[in-house]
Design a protein around this ligand. Structure first.
Ligand SMILES: NC(=O)c1ccc[n+]([C@@H]2O[C@H](COP(=O)([O-])OP(=O)(O)OC[C@H]3O[C@@H](n4cnc5c(N)ncnc54)[C@H](O)[C@@H]3O)[C@@H](O)[C@H]2O)c1
Length: 328
């Protein structure tokens, strides 16, 4: 990846799983990083995530819902990564107003601050594969229609559209990367509210049962976080990404049961058990989700570098010394 030497980089949600891994990479590439995060207690944010780079970054503890504060950090940034989000599908069904505020209005605040105060910045938004809902053809590409089955995914779809509207209507250099079940260091592994595979990893690391709903036959994509970060950085650095949406997903797909069994095997602890679907979960499950990464490979030259087994090994090594930081 190209250097970020001399570049001012803003990462909203930089205390979270993806944002903090991205912050580490941007610091490594020489970027001057500002993290803007309100450490929402319902999210996967964690101060421990930035302990190794705390001296090298600026930290602004504010919400993206506060337009005045957003307007203060947006000017003079070369790259703005929009990672702040309310990230629980289940929470969005219980508290749709909060989800809508953060995942929709919060992104408008960022885009509007970019339009008014820094229209030359590159703006990279993170979306989710679940925006598509149940797939009508597979592998699904970026042209697949979107019929999300939960409020979080619907609001992510809306904020992605805002991102593209600002590109077309106002010439903002924006792009969106859609992710799917990213796993690895610095994830919130203690709660089933977030990505299921990180929760499986947390259970395995504690030697607990890994609970799979039903038979776990649904097909999913999983991606090691370093590969997600490389896709996000490449999108920021390429002119070809402007006004475009990309799936940053792995080459291989696995059933949920296979992912659970692989977790227990490679983490070396935990036992997979199959339980009935809890009320409410089945209704928002999207079934099989086979996704295509052809576009990001062709346009940006991105490739997946870390396969499942080595991703588990790296993840295990990370949590070996700090698991307790992620269990509270
Ligand atoms: N993790 C995945 O597998 C995955 C999959 C698809 C999409 N995504 C997207 O990637 C992005 C990052 O996800 P993550 O897994 O790192 O989530 P995370 O929950 O770990 O991090 C989200 C961060 O946003 C912050 N935040 C929440 N509300 C905020 C607000 N109002 N103002 C400022 N900060 C706020 C939180 O404090 C937290 O640090 C999100 O946009 C998410 O939708 C992630």
């Amino acid at each position: 990846m190209e250097t970020m030497k001399g570049k001012n980089v803003l990462i909203t949600g930089g205390l979270g799983f993806i944002g903090s891994n991205l912050a580490h990479e941007c610091v490594k590439l020489g970027g001057k990083v500002t993290i803007f995060d309100c450490l929402d207690p319902r999210s996967g944010g964690n101060r421990y995530n930035i302990k190794d780079i705390a001296e090298s970054i600026q930290l602004s503890y504010h919400s993206i819902l506060d337009f005045d504060q957003v307007s203060q950090v947006v000017p003079e940034k070369d790259i703005i990564f929009s990672c702040a989000s309310s990230t629980s599908h289940s929470f969005s069904m219980r508290e749709p107003w909060i989800d809508s505020d953060v995942n929709s209005k919060g992104v408008i605040n960022l885009l509007e601050a970019v339009r008014r105060f820094n229209p030359k910045a590159k703006f990279v938004h993170l979306g989710t594969s679940t925006q598509l809902g149940k797939l009508s053809y597979q592998p699904a590409d970026e042209k697949h229609p979107e019929f999300p089955t939960d409020i979080y995914s619907a609001n992510k779809s809306v904020s992605e559209k805002y991102t593209l509207i600002y590109s077309k209507a106002f010439n903002i250099h924006s792009t969106a990367i859609r992710l799917s079940n990213v796993f690895g260091p610095r994830a919130s592994v203690h709660s089933p509210e977030f990505t299921f595979n990180n929760y499986f990893i947390g259970l395995a690391l504690q030697g607990k049962n890994i609970t799979v709903y039903g038979e776990g036959k649904q097909i999913r994509n999983v991606l090691y976080v370093d590969d997600a970060v490389s896709a996000i950085v490449m999108a920021a650095q390429s002119e070809k990404s402007i006004g475009e949406v990309f799936f940053a997903v792995g080459d291989e797909h696995f059933s949920v049961a296979e992912i659970a069994e692989a977790t227990a095997k490679h983490i070396g602890k935990g036992k997979v058990v199959y339980v009935n679907w809890p009320t409410g979960k089945k209704a928002i499950d999207i079934g099989d989700a086979i996704l295509s990464n052809k576009k990001i490979k062709k346009l940006l030259g991105w490739t997946q570098g870390v396969k499942l087994k080595s991703g588990f090994a790296k993840t295990k090594t990370y949590y070996e010394n700090c698991l307790e930081e992620y269990l509270r």
